[in-house]
Design a protein around this ligand. Structure first.
Ligand code: ZN
Ligand code: ZN
Ligand code: FE
Length: 758
């Protein structure tokens, strides 16, 4: 047997995830000896023994790593000379110049801890903060690196002798588990009444009594505070809407288990897998009965998650098997995460508070995704995923990509790692903007990133642009600006590891074009550097500007007027006359080639959304209304204008209005409208392939949160032999934009090549 000495450097998420005890266990079985230590690059180990044993270890490392580890690489060097190590030792950590270790996201409770939680013989029986190296809080409790208890919000809790013994025992599941604690030494659950006064008795029982009686209880979780209430009584849910000032936006449900979720929804094997995923996202599932639970979600989808903290498990095992769980925030404000703030802000909203004395350092909303073709498709990538990096083809200087505005996020780039932030929210809200600034600082500290360049959107009025400008000026950093839809396209390319050139179908609400007009229904060609806009949808007018976003009926009138029809046929004559006057005068009627606004206008024409309580509501209702199995496509034209192709939808609008007159159900018309968009897109993309020879297509922008269109367009394009790419790791909406901004900047910025009369 050949004896060797092997030195292995493992990079990735390998600290704070039980890596050393895991190695210890493997080594003992394989008869190897040597040492292991953490350093700022990851974990280094040196082993002596049979070559075959070392190979076996490397294989196990690859195929069966510790639950929370993310192994990026294991560089192995073999040496012929032996040092004669005896046994296996953990040697002190070493810090090398820069820090570059990664941090694990927060994860749901593991099976072992769950068993202990419900085991009357276990010393942590029903202890609401049970965790181990394989589960529990991480990112949300970390104040600074290295990830050691004093650098977390667990610092004030001194371990009892029993916990300390586990912590120090390499054969224990809690060896070096920084948040390790128990009922003797750890955080405590408590329950306050609606006025924030302490209550007598068991906290959990009190909270459940309140929920049972139809009350709304604030429940502190991992990344923030939820409002929880019964899901089975619409009066209770309506009251929650009234208190939260939330009209129509759907709420999420937390279900005790899969069986509870399956009562309301159809759950595929892939969806079940996502639900059970340790990241515990909210998964958007199709309702069994499209019209059911309308008080929770007015559309055909239901956002469902399974319990992920011990407190959730206790609540749902003692109480009802399904609860409404929604972020505790006031309209556009960020999610509440501090006890005292929550008690103040939720006065009159929550009837009770189920809180604890472990602080949340970093707020992090629940993640939200669909499962499309058995793979996750994010709306919001946040808790459970952040701060996992995404590997990108970029090795330049440290870089900050500032994102957009309404669905703000940022991404920091360091070497081949991109660190997208969690969901941040709408920057127009002052508190959200402050959270954005703080979060950038926090990420820079955690990942030791010192941006030399900042990249932002072309839009001068975005608050992320203002931040980037101010900071670039103050720190004398290079500032780059990139076009919104080009950034979406680059984000989808980066998300799929694409290089070179491709065609982008980029559809969303709004983004400023380099020509000074508002874009949003774009066909782009190019790569990270140069790009062109060879096709777009016909620009529509937005009577009243921003007002038209909240009042889609205005867009309905504009579309009818444009198609040579009278708005008064479908809308209130008095309001219509006022908007028609506005359109004739042309004042305060900006034009936009936005697919999002086209959706709004058509949903108004279909009588689905006169006004919108959140952006894109019209589009959501239209998709929900669409009847299945409709293949009709309405007439349309693709016209060549000024060297570019324009989708002229006026004929389609006339057909839809004609259908309404004839009494065709709105659901059929809604499906026909989306089919027409899909047919137009497929035809346009084919014409672009003829011109350019490009046959790879990326789909991005918020409008591709329409799963009906996403699926149909993907199908149509694949049938025509295109390679079709959609987002996988980041969202298609503006939240995913910063990834693309960064890639564009890392290649030296963008160049817009206008399409002139060809
Ligand atoms: Zn655990
Ligand atoms: Zn303890
Ligand atoms: Fe966008």
């Amino acid at each position: 047997m050949e004896k060797v000495r092997a030195n292995i450097l493992v990079r990735g998420i390998v600290q704070g995830v039980g890596f050393r005890p895991y190695i210890h266990k493997q080594i003992t079985g394989l008869g190897l000896s040597g040492w292991i230590r953490n350093d700022s690059r990851g974990v280094e180990l040196e082993l002596e023994g049979d070559r075959s044993a070392v190979d076996r270890l490397l294989l196990t490392l690859k195929n069966d790593p510790p639950r929370l580890a993310l192994i990026e690489s294991a560089e192995t060097r073999f040496y012929p000379d032996l040092r004669g190590y005896e046994g296996f030792r953990i040697i002190p950590s070493r810090t090398l110049g820069m820090r570059s270790t990664l941090i694990s996201p927060d994860t749901g409770i593991c099976a072992d801890c769950l068993r202990e939680l419900f085991d009357p013989g276990d010393r942590r029986f029903r202890y609401p903060f049970i965790n181990c190296t394989n589960c529990g809080p991480r990112f949300t409790i970390i104040r600074d690196v290295p990830y050691d208890r004093p650098n977390t919000t667990m610092a004030p809790f001194a371990m009892c002798p029993q916990c300390a013994a586990e912590y120090g025992d390499i054969s224990d599941r809690r060896y070096h588990a920084q948040p390790d604690c128990c009922g003797v030494c750890g955080p405590r659950l408590f329950y306050l009444d609606g006025d924030g006064r302490p209550t007598e008795g068991d906290a959990l029982a009190n909270a459940l009594a309140c929920i049972h009686a139809g009350g709304i209880v604030a429940v502190k979780g991992l990344g923030g505070i939820h409002l929880a209430c019964r899901s089975d009584e619409s009066a209770v849910v309506d009251e929650l809407r009234r208190r939260k000032h939330r009209d129509a936006k759907p709420f999420a449900l937390m279900c005790r288990d899969l069986a509870a979720a399956e009562r309301y929804c159809v759950v595929s094997e892939a969806e079940a897998q996502q639900l059970r995923n340790r990241s515990r996202p909210i998964v958007l599932l199709e309702k069994r009965e499209p019209g059911s639970l309308a008080h929770i979600s007015e559309n055909g989808w239901l956002g469902v998650m399974l319990p992920y903290t011990p407190v959730h498990h206790l609540l749902l095992s003692d109480g009802p098997d399904t609860l409404v769980m929604t972020s505790a925030n006031l309209s556009d404000m960020p999610i509440l995460y501090k006890n005292d703030e929550a008690i103040r802000a939720l006065h009159g909203i929550a009837d009770g508070f189920l809180l604890n004395d472990r602080d949340i350092e970093t707020r992090c909303d629940d993640s939200l995704l669909w499962v499309v073709d058995d793979k996750p498709y994010f709306v919001r990538r946040s808790r459970g995923y952040v701060p996992h990096p995404i590997t990108v083809a970029h090795a330049g200087e440290d870089l900050l990509a500032a994102g957009a505005e309404q669905k703000a996020s940022f991404t920091l780039f360091k070497g081949a790692h991109a660190f997208p932030s969690q969901h941040i929210g709408d920057l127009k809200n002052l508190e959200t903007f402050e959270a954005y600034e703080r979060q950038i600082d926090h990420f820079q500290r955690l990942f030791d990133v010192q941006p030399r360049r900042i990249v932002c959107d072309l839009h001068p009025d975005y608050l992320s642009t203002a931040y980037a400008e101010e900071r670039a000026a103050r720190e004398e950093l290079e500032l780059l600006r990139v076009q919104h839809h080009h950034a979406h396209m680059a984000a989808c390319m980066a998300d799929n590891g694409l290089e070179g050139e491709c065609i982008g179908v980029i559809w969303d609400g709004t983004g400023l074009g380099p020509d000074g007009t508002i874009w949003g229904g774009e066909f782009l060609t190019g790569g990270y550097g140069e790009y062109s806009r060879p096709a777009a949808i016909r620009a529509l007018r937005l009577p009243g500007g921003d007002k038209a976003v909240r009042e889609p009926w205005r867009l309905g009138v504009a579309l009818l007027t444009d198609a040579g029809l009278s708005g008064a046929e479908l809308f209130d004559p008095v309001r219509t006359a006022a908007v028609e006057t506005l359109l004739r005068g042309g004042l305060n009627c900006p034009v936009s080639s936005s697919v999002g606004r086209l959706f709004d206008g058509v949903s108004a024409i279909l009588g689905l959304a006169d006004t919108a309580s959140y952006e894109g509501q019209g589009a959501v209702r239209l998709e929900a209304a669409a009847a299945p199995g409709i293949h009709a496509v309405y007439p349309y034209e693709i016209r060549r204008e000024d060297g570019m192709l324009r989708f002229d939808y006026r004929e389609m609008i006339r057909a839809i209005v004609f259908g309404r007159r004839e009494g065709v159900p709105a659901g059929e018309l809604a499906a026909g409208f989306m089919n027409t968009l899909v047919a137009m897109a497929a035809e346009t993309v084919c014409r672009l392939r003829e011109d350019t020879g490009l046959d790879r297509v990326v789909l991005s922008g918020g409008s591709f949160q329409n799963i009906y269109m996403l699926r149909r367009l993907t199908e149509e394009l694949r049938r025509r032999d295109f390679a079709v790419f959609r987002h996988c790791a980041v969202s298609a909406n503006d939240e995913g934009l910063s990834l693309g901004q960064g890639l564009i900047a890392s290649r030296g910025g963008e160049k817009y090549v206008p399409c002139h009369s060809a």
